[in-house]
Design a protein around this ligand. Structure first.
Ligand code: ATP
Ligand code: MG
Length: 451
């Protein structure tokens, strides 16, 4: 397969050669190039040590990243191209370490043999313009196979993250995992427990953002890795909820996941939205009910994402999505204007995602019901637009703020303020009080304080 090398990269190679060093395209960059996919980040390998790499790069650009320098990686931006140059690896792993310890290797061959999968262990020699493929990676690329370099069990034991990466590459590239490689995940999966969670979440995000994330989740379940990442999903498997329409909750979750646009917040929401159904299931009058599953689910979402070390903002956003995910499909078409306004205020910045998610969450075999829900969503949308025209809902507030109430009642700040402000706000939302009418608001507040 031909490799087309951009001019800026040829010139970078010359700079390395001038300093007496080698430079190769490796990893995802050469893999994607050979597959005819767009190369995102240019993975490069060299015999030069990181400080030497830094020195050569300094002649070319100011945008240099040194976060990974002590692990052998220097990143840079070369005229808009993201590059990642890694010094040859000869890593050694310690049995119980959570992260690989780094040792530099002596040759590209040694470096390639330390890489995870054959399709990631190809190099392109930029000096002599030839592919180096000691592990038959090109053959596996053609056959669309993920195969460990060397003995899969020992490679997974060295770095258990590779087990998850096998699944990640299978779903992002739509490849099959070679039989022995997949078997080895089953055998070595207990090693997964030693990993640091940050590395796990990164791969999970990539799985969730792939074109068919359900396959990734299925592979996690099949390999048993799910036990170490999201054990809460296991009780959803084979748990019946409405047998006429869905096989079980797990398959509903997977269907929603695939129907959700590839946005991280929405995909995580799809995965977690019904996670509390097993905990809340009750059979009432021959039908299953899951009262409060969105409340328990929102709490579980927080616990799970905290455990996986996501940022607070992301966690809050997700738990809000899960908390509110039922509100739109549950719309019975008879919301009062006040209820619509309250929903918009509650949803706030999640509103768009809630609508998108509600559409994805609409599953099952009953076409008439699905059509009805679709109409309800459209109606609700129209009403929101209408009400937003009438008033900028998000700006609605109590006519009197805390300062003003303190002045009126000659009282210091305290818990007494909140219920009054809340009551006044509710009246404004229900159109029973004008937001600008401070006098009427004062009267109401005085009545409340007298009670
Ligand atoms: P992406 O397209 O997502 O960047 P990638 O294959 O480039 O995929 P990276 O995580 O960027 O993946 O890693 C670059 C290369 O480094 C890989 O292709 C692989 O050769 C090697 N590599 C990365 N992680 C490991 C690992 N845990 N064990 C062995 N080799 C690895
Ligand atoms: Mg990469």
């Amino acid at each position: 397969m031909p490799v087309s090398v951009p001019a800026w990269l040829e010139s970078l190679e010359e700079a390395f050669a001038d300093s007496g060093h080698q430079l190769y395209i490796v990893g995802g960059a050469i893999r994607d190039e050979l597959l005819g996919r767009k190369v995102g980040e240019w993975d490069l390998a060299t015999d030069a040590k990181p400080s030497e790499v830094e020195k050569i790069l300094r002649q070319k650009t100011k945008k240099i990243g040194l976060i990974g320098k002590r692990f052998g990686t220097v990143t840079a931006d070369l005229n808009g191209n993201a590059i990642e140059i890694t010094t040859f690896r000869g890593e050694s792993y310690e049995e119980h370490s959570r992260k690989p310890t780094v040792e530099f290797g002596n040759s590209i061959n040694e470096d390639l043999s330390r890489r995870d999968f054959t399709i990631n262990a190809i190099a392109y020699d930029l000096r002599f313009n030839r592919v180096i493929d000691n592990h038959n990676g090109e053959q596996d690329l053609k056959a669309r196979v993920i195969r460990a370099v060397g003995d899969p069990e020992s490679r997974f034991r060295e770095d258990p993250l590779r087990m998850l990466r096998a699944i990640r590459f299978a779903v992002t590239l739509d490849f099959e995992i070679e039989h022995n490689t997949f078997q080895a995940i089953n055998l070595e999966r207990e090693r997964f427990a030693i990993l640091s969670v940050e590395r796990i979440s990164q791969e999970m995000d990539k799985i969730l953002l792939s074109p068919k994330p359900s396959r990734g989740i299925d592979l996690l379940v099949e390999s048993g890795l799910i036990n170490y990442i999201l054990p809460e999903l296991i009780p959803c498997i084979d748990l019946e909820f409405d047998p006429a329409e869905h096989k079980d909750i797990y398959s509903h979750i997977l269907q929603v996941l695939d129907q959700t646009p590839a946005k991280l917040e929405l995909r995580w929401c799809a995965l977690l939205h019904d996670i509390a159904k097993p905990l809340t299931r009750q059979k009432i009058g021959g039908e299953y009910h899951f009262l409060g599953h969105e409340v328990v689910g929102a709490r579980l979402t927080k616990d799970i994402l905290r455990r996986l070390k996501y940022g607070n903002e992301f966690i809050d956003y997700l738990s809000k999505l899960v908390y509110l995910h039922q509100r739109i499909p549950n719309n019975d078409g008879h919301w009062t204007d006040g209820a619509v306004r309250r929903f918009v205020r509650d949803a706030n910045q999640t509103l768009e995602d809630l609508f998108t998610f509600a559409e994805a969450d609409s599953t099952g075999g009953n076409e008439r019901k699905l059509e009805k829900y679709k109409q309800m969503r459209a109606e609700l949308r129209d009403r929101i637009v209408e009400l937003e025209k009438q008033a900028e809902i998000a700006k609605i507030h109590s006519p009197l703020d805390g300062e003003e109430l303190m002045k009126i009642f000659h009282r210091p700040a305290g818990v007494w303020i909140k219920p009054i402000k809340e009551h006044l706000l509710q009246l404004v939302l229900d159109n029973q009080l004008d937001q600008e009418d401070k006098l009427a608001a004062e009267q109401i507040a005085r009545q409340l304080m007298r009670q």
